[in-house]
Design a binder for this molecule. Structure first.
Ligand SMILES: [Zn+2]
Length: 108
């Protein structure tokens, strides 16, 4: 089973809610917390982001689940702009880290 890094949540609460939504929809998903460097004192203690990884053949389903999740949560969409896949040109939401269509990484 290959997983792709799919979604970045800015706090553990959002990550847990998103993960629960994915699992409830039958998506094979895991979360991974990334504690940010405190070098230079630019980032306070405890600041971290959480990445969600999903099976690479469930990215489209996961995207749908999280689109619903973000809409239901109401109004607090993650900052940033939609980005366009460099491989297939598909637009993807700012929180998504892999193209839902071809699984190309955002920064590939
Ligand atoms: Zn793509």
């Amino acid at each position: 089973m290959t997983r792709v890094r799919f979604y970045e949540a800015t706090n553990s609460i959002d990550a847990n809610l998103a993960l629960a939504a994915l699992l409830a929809a039958g998506v094979d998903a895991v979360s991974e917390a990334n504690y940010l460097s405190t070098l230079m004192g630019e980032v306070g203690p405890g600041a971290f982001s959480v990445h969600l990884w999903v099976a690479n053949d469930q990215v489209a389903l996961a995207r749908q689940v999280l689109a619903d999740f973000e809409r239901d949560r109401g109004g607090s969409a993650p900052a940033g702009k939609d980005w366009k896949c460099t491989k297939c040109g598909e637009p993807n939401g700012p929180a998504f880290e892999a193209c839902w269509q071809c699984q190309t990484a955002r920064d590939a």
